[in-house]
Design a protein around this ligand. Structure first.
Ligand SMILES: [Fe+2]
Ligand SMILES: [Fe+2]
Length: 290
């Protein structure tokens, strides 16, 4: 299904203009998809499929991440004076909470042991929202490839893929909204505050990159027993979903899936560029056998 209106023009809008603000909020509200996690048609799995699903080491980390993100995003709506943009952030908070509810429903249906963390309380609305948003730009990009891999390899049966498909598409929407919101937010600041905002964004991005580099350096090395996938699991979990997939193939899948998912939306919105750019560079320089 395409949600790109037939009559849109492809040129981008002036950042911070009334039309840009309207598009930012409206695209998000218009592309909302209704589903209720507690009413999902969980497919019956074979013993082998159940064992594989239960054996994935990242359920606890996924639950913790959704807890932090959902509470951070819900609180960040208070940053916005504009009712339409605020409504879009509130909706994103609702969707993140729904991801957390979906994980609760899945883990309890298939009896996967996870602990519910106490609700996360953000310390700084803007900094925490920026940190969560830039983190999602990395996590979602790799999740797109991981999900496609699980679908291709048959690791997840098609009925389970169908249940999680809306979540993946929502994450694409979230990062698309976020990168455009960052530009919009910057445009609303007085000229002398903009450089500081850029420096803050750059420092958060560097922290996120450093964290992924640290994770990537542990890939392929034996981990201590019970260590799980831990932080940045969307970067490492391909080893659990398809043991023989190369990093080269994973990057190719991530790039193709990112492109396909973003193509659903209004072309006047800026696409996330940093993470796909890094991935494209790595895809070019690393050998296909790696
Ligand atoms: Fe999420
Ligand atoms: Fe998200």
């Amino acid at each position: 299904m395409s949600v790109v209106p037939a009559n849109i023009e492809s040129e981008s809008l002036a950042v911070g203009s009334a039309e840009h603000r309207r598009l930012l909020g409206q695209f998000f509200l218009d592309t909302f998809v209704e589903y209720v996690p507690e009413q999902m048609p969980w497919p019956a799995l074979t013993e082998e499929e159940l064992t594989r699903l239960r054996g994935l080491p990242f359920w606890q980390e996924a639950v913790s991440t959704e807890n932090v993100t959902s509470n951070t995003v819900a609180a960040a709506a208070a940053l916005e004076a504009d009712p339409l943009v605020r409504k879009a952030i509130e909706l994103q908070g609702f969707e993140e909470m729904r991801h957390a509810r979906l994980l609760v429903a899945l883990t309890s249906h298939y009896r996967i042991p996870v602990e519910s963390p106490p609700p996360f309380t953000p310390r700084s609305l803007e900094s925490d929202f920026l940190f969560a948003g830039f983190g999602e730009c990395f996590d979602s990009f790799f999740a797109f490839g991981l999900f496609a891999l699980a679908r291709e390899s048959g690791f997840f049966p098609p009925a389970l893929v169908k249940v999680f498909e809306p979540v993946m598409q929502e994450e694409a929407r979230h990062i698309l909204f976020f990168v455009n919101w960052v530009k919009y937010r910057r445009s609303q600041l007085s000229w002398w505050r903009r450089p500081l905002f850029r420096v803050r964004c750059a420092s958060i991005i560097l922290k996120q990159v450093a964290s992924r580099v640290k994770t990537a350096r542990t890939m392929g090395k034996p981990q201590p027993a019970g260590a799980g996938s831990g932080e940045n699991f969307t970067l490492t979990a391909h080893q659990d979903v398809a043991a023989d997939v190369t990093l080269h193939r994973l990057l190719q899948l991530c790039l193709a899936e990112n492109e396909r998912r973003m193509a659903e939306y209004d072309s006047r919105l800026d696409r996330p560029r940093l993470v796909p750019g890094i991935a494209r560079l790595l895809f070019r320089v690393i050998p296909a056998s790696v």
